[in-house]
Design a protein around this ligand. Structure first.
Ligand SMILES: O=P(O)(O)OC[C@H]1O[C@H](O[C@H]2O[C@H](CO)[C@@H](O)[C@H](O)[C@H]2O)[C@H](O)[C@@H](O)[C@@H]1O
Ligand code: UDP
Length: 929
């Protein structure tokens, strides 16, 4: 049996590494008699981390009571590895604190856990890993706790040693092992059920040396949680294969009981994390197995920095909504500080599921949930390409290359490397290859072309996987029987893992890699193949449904795996591709694969997570009711005021009912007329009305007022009594408008009481009068339609309101428009005396909430400061004299906002404006204009 990732117990293992540390420190003599002295000296919580894990899991009593020789501590102790040291001082090597860098002589860290480099760097390497952004951010003691269902090593029964610890398979493990220069600790399932407590103890101890902490789940729980809910429900659903028919499931193991097992398993993961958690740790939860984990961890400690990353696709919300526990899982994930995906499509689907199924507000900037803005983003994974390129230079791989070249001499080799999973499109691949052979019989294909398929065994406890295996075997036999010759068979199919050296050699010598995933979160095999093809320049055939197609598409032959004839033709094209084209394709892919590494991926993710949490207080939404009296009193006392007022749902009258054909144009609520007039006529007050509506609607409503107007969310503005001008210097390309309009028309027709509005620079589909649930469902569909049309156009953005979808030019926001107006005020000398009062109030969408923070309102009293977002030379004289007493940011009718204050609705705004007007009335003014 073979496996791919580097052997963890080889020279570079923590065990060997630590031995070297001891040697470099002067051998065993330099090690304190009490190995615990080597533990973390600073943090009591981790000082006896292993002991604590064992003690609290109730499995290690015997081990812990025998301090002198852990290995002999139990009579039925498991023989884990005959190479292991007998000396108790050597028992601790995995716990020896070493720095997060690759310097094997360094012992600086006090975290009590070995660094990732011990795992990832071969011991012989003396190369210094430069300090990464990550290590700089986390500091010497900062740790990342990786929580994933699968650990990077699997505990496996062994006939002699009883237990061995081979590397685990799969992209998640490969990718995370590519991360360097950060102290990582893994929490996960050890790959096997271990009912015996003594075995659990030994395994815990052994895994701990490899910086892994096991979560022991018994067989029944694994069956229901992993084989059941994870792999029979979530996995197929997330890969667009739908949910299984309930009648096929044994009632006791139905979706309900599987979900209970799922939550129970998540709870056990959470408990284990909490045992090893220490303040400052970053907790990175991985994948669909652990969707409840962010919530459980935050319940334990709200200050934990928790991220969640999904390695699979997140399906369209239409698919996802079939899941009985859909809302519960989304809400649990949203407790994380950062939610990450491999691709924007997946992130977008997630956001629209939150909007349509939970009724939340949000877009790709974040989702408003639980009085916070949860960040959602795409972080496409990469690989550690150097690990492959270096391996190719080593003697072992070179030897294998020679061996394989001999074996396949005279034949073109097409390579497939996949877990034997239905998402990988095995049957489609075999059918396409069969079709290729049919069409190209002149090749005497059985001899000249071979499909070498490594089918890595996976999830064989799930019946669907066993069924797939037999279907695959049947098809392989058919093709081989049909096209085989006495000299050779066209398909070489191995139900095995391959060791890392063999895998590299195969990647290097084969002519074509054939990846036919029906859906795949990313697909790292395609990256690894490219990394190994520097000299061969083999061709990559890649399914358009693999996340990797978005990055490697330009250098690959992209296929729809369901189109068997297309894939067959692609095989022929790949085999016949001229050298020049192969080189061009390869160059593109190689640059991407070597530049965009797993390290980058992890750094980007963890840095964003760190930032999301450190900025959390700023992002958190804590509005309080606007103190109208105070706002009015301050107004009365100030000399140069700026009032920024939203229009819709702030100054408008309430439109209660929508009837088809009835004019629903918004109108200024008559109660505002008087106070607004007074405020606008006050020469020490500048009033700006900001709206998403078009210019003509604003003109109609505000013709009688001396105020500034902003239309179409900042695309245009108008000085009092002057002409409209655009805030954009160049005419924006709105070529997307036509296709968006068609989609909007289509949905307007099919959604009773919805309407759409085409403005000069934007389009809005509004469903606030439609049936709530139906409207949301339609909105989800509409977003998908838009994805197929205009969203790929980089110059447009989708802005989702609670009951609307708007497409506007990129970079247009209300905040930016107000920035422009402030620049104008300055140019017109309206700010000769500093602005000493600002009220910014409106029912603004999250996208436009930049209006509350523009420009630098954090200036101290009396400070003179340039406005943000202005050209320095233009704005040199802009002055504000603002502080928290004279700056009022206020949302209207929204629960969540970054504004400081809130008012419930229009009638409160009427009172406010009346009070302001009265406060500035001649008799009431402390500073006459
Ligand atoms: O742990 P298993 O159940 O044996 O499955 C192995 C892994 O399969 C999935 O991998 C995904 O992650 C890759 C890296 O991000 C990605 O390239 C690939 O497209 C995905 O399928 C699964 O998501 C992991 O949790 C499993 O460990
Ligand atoms: O015998 C093997 C063959 C491959 N791989 C690795 O498994 C990973 C597969 O990741 P991918 O993203 O392609 O798909 P996943 O299996 O995670 O769905 C790659 O890193 C391969 O190097 C493995 O561990 N053992």
């Amino acid at each position: 049996m073979l496996h791919a990732p580097p052997p963890l117990e080889a020279a570079g293992s923590p065990v060997a590494h630590s031995r070297c540390l001891l040697r470099d420190l002067g051998g065993h003599g330099a090690v304190p008699a009490d190995p615990s002295a080597l533990y973390d000296a600073d943090a009591a919580t981790t000082r006896f981390l292993l002991e604590r894990i064992l003690r609290e899991s109730g499995t290690a009593r015997r081990l812990l009571t025998s301090s002198s020789s852990p290995r002999s501590s139990s009579t039925d102790a498991v023989d884990t590895d005959s190479k292991e040291p007998e000396d108790p001082a050597d028992f601790a090597p995995g716990l020896v604190p070493v720095s997060g860098r690759a310097d094997p002589t360094s012992v600086a860290s006090s975290s009590g856990t070995p660094p990732a480099t011990a795992l990832n760097q071969p011991l012989e390497s003396t190369e210094q890993v430069p300090a990464s952004r990550l290590s700089a951010l986390l500091g010497p003691n900062g740790r990342v706790l990786i929580v994933a269902n699968r650990l990077p090593v699997t505990a496996k029964r062994h006939p002699v040693k009883k237990w061995e610890y081979p590397s685990s398979s799969g992209g998640l493990v490969s990718a995370l092992q590519g991360i360097k220069d950060v102290q990582m600790m893994w929490v996960g399932w050890p790959g096997v059920s271990v009912p015996n407590e003594t075995d659990q103890t030994v395994i815990t101890e052994e895994l701990f040396k490899r910086r892994c902490v096991p979560v022991f789940l018994d067989e029944e729980l694994m069956d229901q949680y992993y084989s059941g809910y994870c792999n029979k429900i979530l996995w197929p659903l997330f890969h667009y294969l739908g949910l299984p028919q309930e009648y096929k499931i044994n009632k006791a193991k139905g979706i309900k009981s599987q979900f209970e097992a799922y939550t129970q398993a998540n709870q056990m993961f959470a408990e284990t994390v909490c045992k090893i958690y220490k303040e400052g740790d970053i907790i990175w939860c991985h994948d669909y197995h652990l969707m409840c984990l962010p919530k459980l961890l935050k319940q334990y400690n709200i200050n934990m920095k928790v991220g969640w990353f999904l390695h699979t696709p997140f399906p369209s919300s239409e698919m996802y909504r079939a899941l009985p526990n859909r809302a519960e899982l989304l809400e649990a994930v949203l407790k994380a500080d950062l939610v990450g995906f491999h691709a924007y499509d997946y992130a977008r689907h997630f956001v629209s599921a939150c909007i349509s199924l939970l009724g939340l507000e949000g877009d790709l900037d974040g989702i408003q949930f639980d009085r916070r803005i949860v960040k959602v983003d795409a972080f496409p994974i990469g690989i550690d390409a150097q690990r492959f390129t270096k391996a190719l230079e080593g003697p072992k791989v070179k030897e294998k290359i020679t061996e394989f070249k001999k074996l396949f001499a005279g034949r073109k080799v097409i390579l497939g490397v996949d877990r034997l999973d239905m998402i990988k499109g095995f049957l489609q691949k075999l059918l396409a290859f069969e079709k290729f052979l049919e069409k190209n019989e002149e090749l005497d294909s059985g001899y000249k072309v071979v499909l070498l398929q490594i089918a890595v065994p996976t999830r064989s406890d799930v019946p669907e996987y066993r069924k797939l295996a037999s279907q695959v075997h049947e098809l392989v036999a058919r093709v081989n029987g049909r096209f085989g010759t006495l000299k050779a068979t066209p398909i070489l199919h191995l139900d095995q893992t391959v060791d890392f050296d063999s895998l590299c050699a195969l990647y290097a010598i084969t002519d074509v890699a054939l990846i036919t995933s029906l859906r795949d979160g990313m697909n790292l095999v395609s990256y690894e193949y490219v990394a190994c093809q520097e000299s061969n320049k083999g061709v990559l055939i890649l399914s358009e449904f693999a996340g990797a197609a978005q990055s490697l598409g330009a250098g690959s032959i992209i296929v729809n795996p369901w189109d068997i004839a297309e894939v067959a033709d692609a095989i022929k094209r790949a085999l016949d591709m001229p050298t020049e084209d192969r080189e061009k394709h390869h160059r593109h892919n190689y640059e991407l694969v070597s530049r965009h590494t797993a390290q980058d991926w992890a750094e980007n993710y963890v840095c964003d997570l760190y930032n999301a949490t450190s900025k959390a207080p700023l992002r958190a939404i804590h509005t309080t009711v606007l103190p109208i009296g105070e706002a009015a009193a301050q107004y009365g006392q100030s000399n140069n005021r700026l009032l920024i007022l939203g229009f819709n749902a702030t100054l408008t009258g309430q439109i209660e009912l929508f009837e088809e054909g009835v004019d629903i144009e918004p109108k200024l609520n008559p109660e505002f007329k008087q106070p607004l007039k007074t405020l606008c006529d006050n020469e020490n007050t500048t009033v700006v009305v900001v709206s998403g509506y078009g210019k003509s609607i604003l003109d109609k409503n505000f013709a009688d007022y001396k105020l500034w107007l902003v239309a179409e969310n900042g695309m245009f503005f108008r000085r009092p009594g002057e002409e409209w001008i655009t805030t954009r210097y160049e005419q924006d390309e709105i070529s997307w408008a036509g296709s968006v309009k068609k989609v909007f028309e289509y949905f307007t027709k099919r959604t009773p009481r919805s309407n759409f509005e085409q403005r000069e620079s934007s389009l809005v589909w509004n469903y606030k009068y439609a049936d709530v649930q139906f409207g949301r469902n339609q909105a989800t569909d509409l977003l998908q339609h838009l994805g197929a049309y205009s969203l790929s156009n980089q110059s447009a953005v989708v802005v989702q309101g609670s009951r609307s979808i708007e497409i506007r030019p990129m970079g247009v926001t209300k905040g930016k428009a107000v920035g422009e107006i402030i620049r104008e005020l300055d140019l017109r000398n309206i700010m000769a005396t500093p602005i000493d009062y600002v009220l910014c109030i409106g029912h603004f969408l999250a996208k436009d909430e930049d209006i509350y923070t523009l420009p630098s309102f954090d200036v101290q009293p009396g400070a003179k400061r340039k406005g943000k977002g202005c050209q320095a030379e233009d704005c040199s004289s802009i002055k504000f004299d603002l502080n928290h007493k004279n700056y009022f940011s206020c949302t209207v009718g929204r629960e969540h906002s970054v504004a400081r204050y809130n008012l419930k609705g229009t009638s409160e705004v009427v009172s406010l404006l009346q009070d302001l007007a009265a406060a500035a009335a001649p008799g009431n003014m402390s500073h006459p204009p």
